[in-house]
Design a protein around this ligand. Structure first.
Ligand SMILES: NC(=O)c1ccc[n+]([C@@H]2O[C@H](COP(=O)([O-])OP(=O)(O)OC[C@H]3O[C@@H](n4cnc5c(N)ncnc54)[C@H](OP(=O)(O)O)[C@@H]3O)[C@@H](O)[C@H]2O)c1
Length: 289
């Protein structure tokens, strides 16, 4: 009989996320070992506890989820955890990063866009493109062959994001765009067919009048659920709502897919012991929804 499925949750926040714990149970984990305030120096012992306890052939029933509200801290914990596995001896467990929901949210947003647009060659702009979610949206869109403008109030910040993405995807078509003035934003939006607003919660980034002035726009996705919303005129629950020829999604409209993707990703951890799920791998799972 298969061993019980154990998910080990490594969270950089003081209290390991209740949200992630609920999803883990709903995704089929039988047992959840949730650790808060996890620092890189704690990871080796936690990983060794995971990989040295069951036979290699049973290790698919143990997995690690890296969460927490600080995405950079999560990335560090993930890298540290991978470092302490021993794949040469089959002593490893599957692992997934979804700190602050960044990977599942970005994957769900790009999946939503792909339902209405051919992403290859699409002209996209990601507003708030320097945050963890926006960076991942830009990365996934670029990976699908879209031409992506990364928007930031500081063009230099957007440039740093583009440079990082190009290190992973040398053929990516990316352009950093300043968005601090209406004129810059108007220029950045001019020929775009897809806009994704991934700005901070409660920050309006795109006015209705400016959006209406984008003649080529086909899809508009806002990931900010906290009023004022990121794109004026899109309801938070909008899901593929046609507004004068533009298909619109609000944050909760994307959220249903995000939840499915999150559950599917956790469930997939228990299908083998060698999965490393970051944005790209999670996006692949999102394509089924
Ligand atoms: N549905 C979900 O499950 C879910 C999960 C995660 C996140 N989200 C939402 O997705 C969005 C993006 O998340 P995130 O964590 O990546 O966001 P974030 O890091 O808080 O902010 C993203 C970007 O917004 C810009 N920004 C910040 N303050 C601003 C201001 N006062 N005026 C204009 N721009 C400002 C910044 O870009 P610049 O400084 O470069 O301009 C920042 O890099 C948020 O609205 C978040 O709530 C939803």
């Amino acid at each position: 009989m298969d061993k019980r499925k154990i998910l080990i949750q490594l969270d950089s926040d003081r209290h390991a996320s209740v949200f992630d714990r609920v999803v883990a149970i709903d995704a089929g984990a039988d047992e959840l070992f949730a650790y808060g305030s996890v620092k890189p120096e704690h990871v080796q012992g936690l990983v060794h506890g995971a990989i040295f306890t069951r036979d290699a052939k049973e290790l698919k029933n143990t997995a690690i989820f890296v969460g927490g509200s600080d995405v950079t801290a999560g990335e560090t914990l993930m890298a540290e955890a991978v470092k302490h596995m021993l794949p040469k001896f089959g002593l490893r467990v599957s692992i997934m990063l979804d700190a602050n929901g960044a990977n599942t949210t970005a994957a769900a947003a790009v999946r939503a866009a792909s339902r209405h647009l051919e992403l290859k060659g699409a002209k996209a702009i990601v507003l708030g493109g320097t945050g963890p979610v926006g960076q991942r949206v830009a990365r996934l869109l670029a990976g699908e062959g879209a031409e992506v403008r990364v928007g930031s109030r500081q063009q230099a910040k957007a440039m740093t994001v583009c440079t990082e993405i190009i290190k992973r995807l040398p053929n990516a078509k990316l352009e950093p765009i300043g968005t601090s003035s209406e004129a810059e934003l108007r220029e950045g939006l001019a020929d775009r067919t897809l806009v994704v607003a991934a700005g901070a919660a409660g920050i309006g980034l795109l006015s209705k009048s400016l959006r209406d002035a984008c003649p080529n726009l086909k899809v508009a996705i806002d990931l900010n659920a906290v009023p004022p919303l990121g794109i004026e005129g899109i309801g938070v629950g909008d899901k593929a709502i046609d507004q004068a020829g533009v298909i619109c999604y609000g944050a909760i409209g994307v959220g249903g897919t995000k939840m499915k993707v999150h559950r599917a990703a956790v469930a997939s951890l228990f299908t083998s012991n060698d999965k490393i799920l970051d944005a790209e791998e999670i996006y692949l799972l999102a394509k089924q929804f």
